[in-house]
Write a protein that binds this ligand. Structure first.
Ligand SMILES: Cc1ncc(COP(=O)(O)O)c(C=O)c1O
Length: 432
């Protein structure tokens, strides 16, 4: 059997970054995590080391029901048998559009794609086309909107992107309406759109999203709610939960249980700029060969049905509620509740790792991940699924207990003795 070290060397020699997503990179995981994964089933993945791990990464949040869920795979296979990708728009595409739109009140039209980056970039393009303005304002506290230049140019990792492009993106702070007011004052009549997630693990303060909406519209800009990460986890349409009225919404990740479907949804006035029936100047909206692949859309429709039949959203929340409550209790009882804790709300959890001085610590984060891996749990962030049942919750809580006992020792005796590899690093950093 090829050992993990050889596999790591090989994959880095063939694929820049050693994976097709930076958040899947070796620098995001402890040294003892499996080099590559072979397969997944339910809440588990099997690594190149042959071992089964309980997973809280769930395909970068894309797997909501469970890996290789038979009803979803069967729906995808049905579509594969119909040819998977035809020469004109497919009946599957039409049905998928109709079905998806029922979950997003206020949205009239939809364009499918296979990546979240594609749909957020399309939303920004439509806003620029509609307003005739250049500037984009994005929330600075939200980690990722797109791998395209308009977003990456506004991060520290902006090599390869002309300054002229980077300068077209401005930012504001979540739950700080004054920071958005300032951007609108500084760049009056220049802003095409504001893009924000409606929530992360930090929820909007009361009235904040409504203020964003009012300010954006009063200044003639369009509002984009990026729900790629929160859709089908916080809610179907998260904007609705927060009584927020965006002009366009972007979704993806969990909507098809791991199959590649993302979508831009929006009000007709804006979306139809990408249409071909009106006599006017055209906008080249999303247009890709695999944008409406039938197997993925079949999986998406089956995922929607499954969510409705099993009330999956309520289940995901209930599980997280227990995880947060019991996990925090363990840390408290060990007397290290200030150094390790779960934060957020059941729609989206985060865990915080601090050192003995109370500073956020990548080393302690790595120690936590490393000890969880020893107990066969991958915990890069916290994403559950409908396949995470009571047994998995018990297993997780036991592992957290064992891990935090070691964490506690490391807090008093120093971490170097306990950490067995390099600390994890942020994805967005200037240098390796
Ligand atoms: C909020 C948000 N928007 C957009 C994206 C981009 O999605 P994708 O990775 O499918 O391109 C992500 C991905 O992490 C995201 O979290």
């Amino acid at each position: 059997m090829i050992v993990d070290k050889q596999l790591k060397d090989k994959i880095h020699s063939l694929i820049p970054g050693g994976a097709h997503t930076y958040s899947r990179g070796d620098d995001q995981f402890p040294e003892n995590a499996p080099a590559v994964l072979i397969r997944g089933k339910g809440a588990y993945v099997w690594g190149s080391d042959g071992a089964r791990h309980l997973d809280y990464g769930m395909g970068l949040r894309s797997v909501t029901i469970g890996y290789a869920q038979k009803e979803i795979d069967a729906a995808a296979i049905e579509e594969i048998k119909k040819g998977n990708n035809l020469t004109k728009a497919s009946m599957t595409e039409l049905m998928a559009a109709e079905k998806l739109l029922t979950l997003f009140p206020g949205m009239d039209m939809v364009k499918f794609a296979t990546n979240g980056s594609t749909v957020t970039t399309a939303a920004v393009k439509l806003a620029r086309a509609y307003t005739g303005r250049k500037l984009i304002v994005r929330c600075a506290d939200h980690p990722f909107f797109s791998y395209d230049d308009w977003f990456i140019g506004d991060t520290v990792m902006n090599r390869g992107i002309p300054k002229e492009v980077s300068r077209l993106t401005k930012n504001f702070r979540f739950n700080d309406i004054d920071s958005l007011k300032k951007v609108f004052t500084d760049y009056k009549d220049e802003i095409a759109c504001v893009i924000t997630e409606p929530t992360t693990h930090i929820q909007p303060n009361k009235g904040f999203l409504q203020d964003v909406e009012e300010l954006t519209h009063a200044n003639g800009a369009l509002l984009i709610s990026d729900e790629v990460s929160c859709c089908f986890r916080v809610d179907f349409a998260t904007y609705k939960r927060y009584d927020f009225h965006p002009d366009m919404v972007t979704i993806g990740k969990g909507i098809a249980n791991g199959y590649a479907v993302d979508a831009l949804l929006g009000i007709r006035d804006f979306m139809d700029l990408g249409g071909i029936r009106k006599k006017r100047e055209r906008v080249f909206l999303i247009s890709t060969t695999f944008g409406a692949t039938m197997s993925s859309l079949g999986a998406m429709m089956a995922t929607i049905d499954y969510f409705r039949q099993h009330d999956v959203l309520a289940y995901l929340w209930k599980y997280n509620e227990q995880l947060m409550k019991q996990g925090n209790k363990i840390a408290e009882e060990l007397g290290i509740g200030n150094a390790f804790y779960f934060e957020g709300f059941p729609g989206r959890l985060n865990f915080v790792t601090k050192d003995s001085e109370g500073n956020h610590s990548p080393e302690f984060r790595t120690l936590f991940l490393q000890e969880m891996v020893k107990q066969k749990i991958l915990f890069p962030w916290i994403t559950n699924s409908y396949a995470h049942k009571e047994k998995e919750l018990d297993m997780t809580l036991k592992a957290i207990h064992t891990t935090l006992e070691i964490y506690k020792k490391a807090l008093s005796k120093g971490i170097t003795k306990y950490l067995e590899g390099p600390a994890v690093k942020p994805v967005f950093r200037k240098y390796n």
